[in-house]
Design a protein around this ligand. Structure first.
Ligand code: HEC
Length: 125
């Protein structure tokens, strides 16, 4: 390897270090594919509903809060952290259909099938 290519390599390496540091610093999440997450077809369909209707207010994988809290681990505990309501499909389904306080309702926009898919996806968080 001659000196010139060593220098180029070094430059590329510093660029790589700089970019990784920037990504870490900005808390940028690399979006995983459905396959990487191990989602089945229904859960993937639910993820698309989530991305269109829920993502702007709720983080799925980081605990960062937006307008609403993170939904990471939403079915992991017995009760929902904010409302204290039971964390089960009928209850979460109702919150999605009818809304709650500042959370809008989606009963008009989403079909029952989309809500089922969404619930299936929420179970993977
Ligand atoms: C405009 C912002 C917004 C959107 C869009 C939104 N939410 Fe919410 N969500 C909220 C807020 C704010 C709350 C807190 C409501 C309260 O005061 O109990 C909430 C609460 C919730 C809760 C209950 C949390 C708890 O601990 O009690 C669930 C579950 C939930 N949202 C799921 C969803 C799903 C699924 C979607 C997509 C269909 C969605 N939200 C879309 C703002 C939003």
């Amino acid at each position: 390897m001659n000196l010139k290519s060593k220098i180029i390599n070094l430059k590329l390496f510093s660029l790589y270090l700089f970019l990784s540091a920037t990504l870490v610093a900005c808390d940028v999440e690399i979006r995983k594919t459905d396959a990487q997450l191990g989602l089945n077809p229904q859960q993937s369909a639910g993820r698309r509903v989530y991305d269109s209707y829920c993502y702007r207010c709720h983080e799925p994988y980081s605990s960062r809060g937006k307008k609403g809290r993170t939904l990471k681990g939403v079915f992991g505990r017995q009760f929902l952290p904010q409302s204290g309501l039971p964390a089960n499909d009928p209850q979460v389904g109702d919150i999605i259909r009818y809304g709650r306080n500042m959370m809008p309702s989606f009963g008009q926009e989403l079909t029952p099938q989309q809500i089922q898919d969404l619930l299936a996806y929420l179970h993977t968080l």
